[in-house]
Design a protein around this ligand. Sequence first.
Ligand SMILES: [Zn+2]
Length: 296
Amino acid sequence: MLAVACTVQAAPAAPAQPAVAEWCRKLTPRLPTVSEATCQASRLAPTGSRSVQGVPILARRVAAAGKPGRDGPLRVLLVGGIHGDELTASAVVFQWMQWLQQPPAPQFQWNIVPVLNPDGMLAAKPQRMNANGVELNRNFPTPNWDKEAPRYWSRVTGSDPRRFPGKTPLSEPESRWLNEEIMRFKPHVIVSVHAPFGVLDFDGPAKAPNRFGRLLFNRVGVYPGSLGNYGGVHKNVPVVTIELANAQAMPTQEEARRIWLDMLAWIERNIRPQAALQKAQSGLPEAPALALAGRN
Ligand SMILES: [Zn+2]
């Protein structure tokens, strides 16, 4: 299966430094504790996709260190800032990226998107939705989306503009990009960071985490079009939702570190057996797409 890596186009071009520098100049004033210099040193690269307003969606892709075991490294997709007003949910991802070289993180293959919704974050007042007013976390193509998502929006939320799921699933470039990235990268686990509910939620196969740092498991709910519902329930990819306790004020560095380390330990303990089980059940070799990730 090694020969097929050539079919993959997902690897970013060499980092376009001016684009990244411009991105950092614009975005970091919104991000608590993240300096422009830290942002520029984070080795983010353009993915080739852009938000509605044309802001590049940046990602950092990191191959696993050392020799992969028989089953290859676990692939972790880490997404911050799907909601533009949850500033800490992006800032903490920048903090975690600084610890990627410290065990046990290097054993995993990473795909990290600190800000999925840059337009929401850059709005005059940071907002949950993207520039089209769409709540991206309701825009994923769960079954019966056409009926359920609009009905949920009107009946349960009272047509709350902050919960508008869009007119069709994947109508937005940001959700479309993430969906394509899930298909290309084939993550073993997706970690989606939010705020301010101060809990953990989990969807999909594998054992739910009990706690990361002070955050305890507590189901937030399953919604038509949400990433957890789509990934965890319908694509069979475990999705952990981390809800930090405050959307503007960062957790202490000690707490951020505890959340990070507890998360890595949970992934190692629960996702590896799950991945091996799925592989055995499918009888298929590992997806080839993953040969693509360069170490950057
Ligand atoms: Zn959120």
